[in-house]
Design a protein around this ligand. Sequence first.
Ligand code: AMP
Ligand code: MG
Length: 324
Amino acid sequence: MGRASDIERAAEVLRAGGLVALPTETVYGLGANAEDPAAVARIFQVKGRPPSHPLIVHIAAAEHLDDWVESVPATARLLAAHFWPGPLTLVLRRGHRVPLEATGGLETVAVRVPDHPVALALLSAFGGGVTAPSANRFGSVSPTTAVHVRTELGHAVDFVLDGGACEVGVESTIVDVTGEIPSILRPGGVTREELEAVLGRSIAVPSASRVRVPGQHPSHYAPRARVVLVEPEKVVAEAELAQGLGHKVGVFLPASFADPAVKAHAVVSVPDSISAYAHGLYGFLRELDQQGCDLIIASLPPEEGLGLAIANRLRRAAGPRPSR
Ligand code: AMP
Ligand code: MG
């Protein structure tokens, strides 16, 4: 995985204005040279993503942050020092190197240093910033393996770097550090509790979409099957009811209610460990789609630690959908 020749080739593709799918510790990204507006525009085209939705600029190390933003407030410096490389994205005021195409026209830019040897090797070999949203069609389930990327985007990507399955499995936590008080725009791989411990204060998770964040659309991270969320103790009964009505039901069976006898089309046993759940989440959703389920019955985990990000993704997956 991530052989030196592959890294070099991927860096060449980026220099030539092409698109490279790259593994990170969160999910696979669809990367382009952040400073090449035409290449960035291709990302939106391939994903079917509206151009007003900003992307994350990935950089090789925290010491390069100053090159991409107008200024670095003390809070941003502190968070970068603690969590980079890692699943934390900082939103700051845009520096001149970042074209408006990459920020969806915003004067702010999202930046992070991914914690994955292949991503870091690519960023070092390339030498610049790589804008990379998740390597999936807009609104659908994020890819956590190279096979997911190839299945979903195929030839639309110039080069796919295979770095194995993504360790964390859910996207980065996005923190807005442009104002006096930092706030979480999207929960993710770095937990609210970890952020609060470093900041020495509580941090808000606003529900309103003040800032345009695709992850805050009603439906996002969604499989083909409709997702219905119920109380954990009702999962089995609701699943069997829907299955009896003729649905092909996929069940996310909560660890504490394990009942292998549940009458459903397909069953996923939710792992006991919350990090294992995050790691597997998108794969589970894809698997139930693949098995032909038209309905997925799941419940939300407790919204603490990584459970906050998992619950956020499941809610979006269950959100009202545009007609597709
Ligand atoms: P995705 O493309 O789905 O992996 O997500 C990238 C995330 O970064 C999206 O949720 C973006 O909206 C978010 N993002 C990027 N730039 C900004 C910004 N300037 N302000 C707020 N969120 C941003
Ligand atoms: Mg995405």
